[in-house]
Structures are given as C-alpha cells and as structure tokens.
Design a protein around this ligand. Structure first.
Ligand code: SAM
Length: 221
C-alpha cells in the first residue's frame, strides 16, 4: 500500500461519510487562491477533530496554528452557540484569509483569530488569567511543541483533551539520531507528555491523502 491507494481510500471515506460542504470547499479554494500552502488537515481528519470536540462537549477550544481556518471551522462547528474558539496564527496574511473563511462559514461570532507568535500570545493569555479550554489542538511550528504543551496544560482543567498533529512525519519522529528541529520538537513533546502525571496519552500513526503521519491524543486527568 502506498500514496495512490491511501488517497483512493480517503476519497472513498470522504464520498461515503462526508457530504459535500460548500463552506469548507470555499475555504480550501480561497486559501489556495491566496497562496497558502495546502498543509491543512485532511477532511476526514477535520471531521475527527469535530467529533472529538463533540464527544468532549467542548464549550471552549484553543487552536495553535490557524492557516486558512480549515481545521478551525471543523472544530468551531462542534461548539454550542455561546461557545468560543481562540485560534493563534503568526502570519497576518494567513489570519486575514482565515477570518474571511470563518465569516463565510457563519462562525465569526464564536471564533477569534489572534495574530502573533503563539508562544507570546499564550504567555499573555496565561498572565491575563484566561479561562481554561476544554480542547486544545496543537498544529503550528513543531520545534515549539514542548512550549505549546506547557501552555496547553496551564490553560487546561481536568477533562481537557489535547491533540497534537504531525507527530510521526513519515516515521522520522521515531529516529533518535535525528537532528531535524521539527523532529526534535516532537520527540521532546512526547517525552514531556509521558513524564506529565496529569496526562493520559497515546499516539496513532495515520496514512491518507496527506501521506504518512500521525497525531497524539492526551487527556488531562
Ligand atoms: N490547523 C491548520 C489546518 O489544519 O487547517 C493548519 C495549520 S498549519 C500546519 C501551521 C500554521 O501555523 C501556519 O499557518 C503557520 O503560519 C502557523 N505558525 C507557524 N509558526 C507559528 C508560530 N510561532 N506562532 C503562531 N503560528 C505559527
């Protein structure tokens, strides 16, 4: 099995379980037209995020890494009307594209895009005593993943779900000799997760239209 087969199966899953969705299709089209890289989660992965948020009954969601707002829209759809999603993005152009996509999807009332380096934004949120989040999705620059985990824990409560994307990287993350900064960030993140008594966690390898990767899933207890 390789990429063509994984993509074919993802297409089948999408055709079978994910009805056509104008807002999400328009989000991907607008993101591409604006020159954003197609490094958003796959549709079935986005729906998994929505399902996790629904299963958790999330009312407050934090996302680190917005891009064009594709995963943001999936996650925000799990929120009740009075729910809130805060998404952090470094690049003002990405944030502008995301805000338009989120507004088109009818979710502007519950989503806030905060622009800036996420570590600084998170530090300001913690210093301001921001209320804890029920679900945190980490999907930005991987070298900073250990810092994002610390911030996610500081902004969590027992029952918070933490999801981190791209923790396998075609298997490169399992190489202890790697000097790749992203791999090092992911390995340090996984070690910190393992050493954290407040977390129960696992990680899952995935294949699909986005290649071979995986995600980590943790629960704050
Ligand atoms: N979650 C998005 C989705 O699935 O639709 C994809 C996010 S993309 C993989 C990563 C995003 O994180 C990019 O838009 C990038 O500009 C942003 N990013 C990278 N470094 C960052 C940082 N230090 N602070 C905040 N955002 C950052």
């Amino acid at each position: 099995m390789s990429q063509p087969a994984w993509s074919r199966v993802d297409a089948w899953i999408e055709q079978t379980l994910l009805p056509p969705d104008e807002a999400l299709a328009a989000t991907l089209e607008a993101s591409e037209a604006a020159g954003l890289r197609a490094i958003n989660v796959a549709p079935n992965q986005g729906k998994l995020l929505m399902l996790l948020a629904l299963m958790r009954g999330a009312r407050r969601i934090l996302e680190i890494g917005t891009l064009g707002g594709y995963s943001t829209i999936w996650l925000a759809r799990a929120l009740p009307a009075e729910g809130r999603l805060v998404t952090l993005e470094f690049d003002p152009h990405h944030a502008e594209v995301a805000r338009a996509n989120i507004a088109r999807a009818g979710l502007a009332d519950r989503v806030e895009v905060r622009v800036g380096p996420a570590r600084a934004t998170l530090a300001a949120m913690i210093a301001a005593g921001e209320a804890p989040f029920d679900l945190v999705f980490i999907d930005a620059d991987k070298p900073n993943n250990p810092h994002y985990l610390d911030a996610a824990l500081a902004l969590s409560h027992p029952g918070t779900v933490i999801v981190a994307d791209n923790v396998v990287r075609e298997g490169r993350a399992a190489d202890p000799a790697s000097t790749d900064e992203s791999v090092l960030g992911i390995r340090r993140f996984m070690e910190k997760v393992a050493a954290e008594p407040r977390l129960v966690a696992t990680a899952i390898q995935t294949v699909g239209s986005k290649g071979y990767d995986g995600f980590a899933l943790a629960l704050v207890v």
